[in-house]
Design a binder for this molecule. Structure first.
Ligand SMILES: [Zn+2]
Length: 512
């Protein structure tokens, strides 16, 4: 009879349980010294070995010749429990329809001693699913159980268990299993089963299983089922396990980080047309930002330790590491802000998903467009790190200054000096950027420029910008650049920042 790999390779002794040594050692010792408790609570995420340990424990306390605290697997008790014919070991799924009835039945049953084994063991899975009345019924039996009864309660959600129940049990917390430990086990199983598999596939399975051994073996199984006798190789594993190609998501983020709006938007559009869910995509971009942050904070971290929710191939991971070197922490924080906001917007408005996603991508690519401290920090730090950041669309329309009669015309002829837009704005900013004037560049890039009678008038968009641009050092730099692009000595004047400017960022807020 065919048995699923995870069933076939389910541990039969405590020592075979991977990654939960802090629990199995204690249980082994309790069996050895006959100090087992009457009630246990096993908590932890799925697939970490809770039910497996419960079964081993049930066998160990009933085994006729336990070895080193583990069941022998050969005596009649062990065999009966393994084959599921032992009526004294009961598995109850609290999430199932009759789960609650089964719990109520326990109260009536416990008065009778076990029929053939030493102890009657109740294994209650998903115990957090019990109703209040079932919990009360369970509590009654837990309060004063007969000598020959033992409970093993298992749950993935400890916080949902009433404290009255928790306090009556010995509690063990199962950990997510290390990807390396899972990888080793997968390799071991492959060896024993004569499955030919490459290292990258093993790692991929280990990462995908997210700490759950059962999932890892099920994934391995689906790879072998599709292949027949061939070798399991990375490309086919990726296909078989249905991992969407994450390369595009990484590229999108890279283009955004480089300020390449058109490429970033191009990828977004492609993914949209391929009916990729945009809310998921924005979530993925955010997770990727998290991965970049972790790689940056812990340089040299391996792929297996990254704890990413993504599946990266080796080459993609390398690309991610190089991207992590290009971006600054401030930029990533800014990304996180923008993406989190877009995520929550996408959460409640399903209608304009594409619009919201597009705006997010534009914001990511051009922090210049956005006001706010995070954007400013991102801009400044990107410039300081030498990442080219493209300036926003030049503002060709000069800011209309209110014409108050503060300067009465001295003579009749030129009532006011004619102002013209500064056509060499882009060139000027480029020159600033070349001179490595990070902060000055950042503030100048959002200012408006006009030429008035040969004087270059710069109107900053905020008080801070006005402050920074007016400093002697900044002025010197600006004048030098102006001289360069105008090819003549130029007088520079920093105007007062207007009190009420409609900032580009506000326009965008309105659009969203
Ligand atoms: Zn035995």
């Amino acid at each position: 009879m065919y048995r699923a790999l995870y069933r076939k390779w389910r541990p039969r002794a405590f020592d075979e349980v991977c990654g939960q040594e802090h629990i199995t050692t204690v249980l082994k010792n309790q069996v050895l010294s006959s100090t087992v408790s009457h009630a246990y609570l096993f908590c932890g995420t799925h697939g970490t070995g809770k039910t497996t340990c419960a079964k081993i424990l049930a066998k160990a306390v009933n085994c006729e010749a336990p070895t080193d605290g583990s069941p022998c697997g050969k005596c009649s008790s062990c065999i009966a429990i393994d084959s599921g014919t032992a009526t004294d070991v009961l598995e109850i799924d609290a999430a199932s329809n009759n789960g609650v009835d089964s719990i109520r039945a326990i109260r009536d049953e416990v008065v009778y001693p076990p029929s053939s084994l030493k102890k009657r063991v109740y294994i209650v899975d998903e115990v957090h699913m019990l109703t209040d009345s079932a919990n009360n019924a369970l509590l009654k039996t837990l309060e004063e159980p007969p000598e020959y009864v033992m409970f093993v309660l298992a749950t993935t959600e400890l916080q949902k268990i009433p404290s009255t129940i928790i306090s009556r049990c010995q509690r063990f917390e199962f950990r997510r299993i290390d990807a390396e430990v899972i990888g080793d086990r997968v390799k071991h199983v492959c060896n024993e089963e004569n499955i030919d598999i490459d290292e990258e596939s093993v790692n991929l399975i280990a990462r995908l299983s997210d700490g759950a051994m059962r999932d890892a073996l099920s994934l391995l199984e689906s790879c072998t089922a599709a292949l027949g006798d061939g070798k399991i190789e990375y490309a086919s594993t990726e296909r078989q396990l249905g991992i969407a190609n994450n390369e595009e998501v990484v590229s999108l983020l890279r283009y955004a980080a480089e300020g390449n709006v058109s490429e970033a938007m191009g990828i977004l559009d492609k993914l949209y047309r391929n009916s990729r869910d945009l809310a998921t995509l924005v979530g993925q971009l955010n997770y990727l930002t998290r991965d970049l942050m972790v790689i940056q904070s812990l340089p040299g971290i391996g792929l297996n330790k990254l704890g990413s929710s993504f599946c990266f191939s080796k080459s993609m991971f390398e690309e991610l590491c190089s991207l992590a070197k290009q971006v600054t922490k401030e930029q990533l924080l800014y990304f996180f802000e923008v993406l989190s906001e877009a995520q929550s917007r996408l959460g409640y408005s399903a209608q304009n998903k594409k619009l919201v996603a597009e705006m997010a991508v534009i914001k990511l690519s051009t922090p210049l467009l956005v006001g706010g401290v995070d954007a400013l920090r991102a801009r400044v730090s990107a410039l300081e790190a030498g990442v080219p950041v493209k300036p926003a669309q030049p503002k060709t329309t000069p800011v209309e200054k209110p014409k108050i009669a503060e300067t009465p015309a001295p003579k009749a002829a030129p009532a006011e000096v004619k102002s013209t837009p500064f056509s060499k704005r882009a060139e000027f900013l480029e020159s600033l950027s070349r001179k490595g004037a990070g902060t000055v560049y950042a503030f100048a890039s959002t200012a408006s420029f006009t030429l008035k009678d040969g004087t270059l008038c710069i109107t900053p968009d905020s008080d801070i910008a006005e402050d920074k641009l007016s400093s002697p050092k900044a002025l010197e730099l600006i004048t030098a650049c102006a001289h360069e692009v105008m090819r003549a000595p130029t007088v520079v004047k920093i105007e007062k920042a207007p009190k009420t400017t409609v900032q580009t960022s506000m326009l965008f807020e309105e659009l969203l």
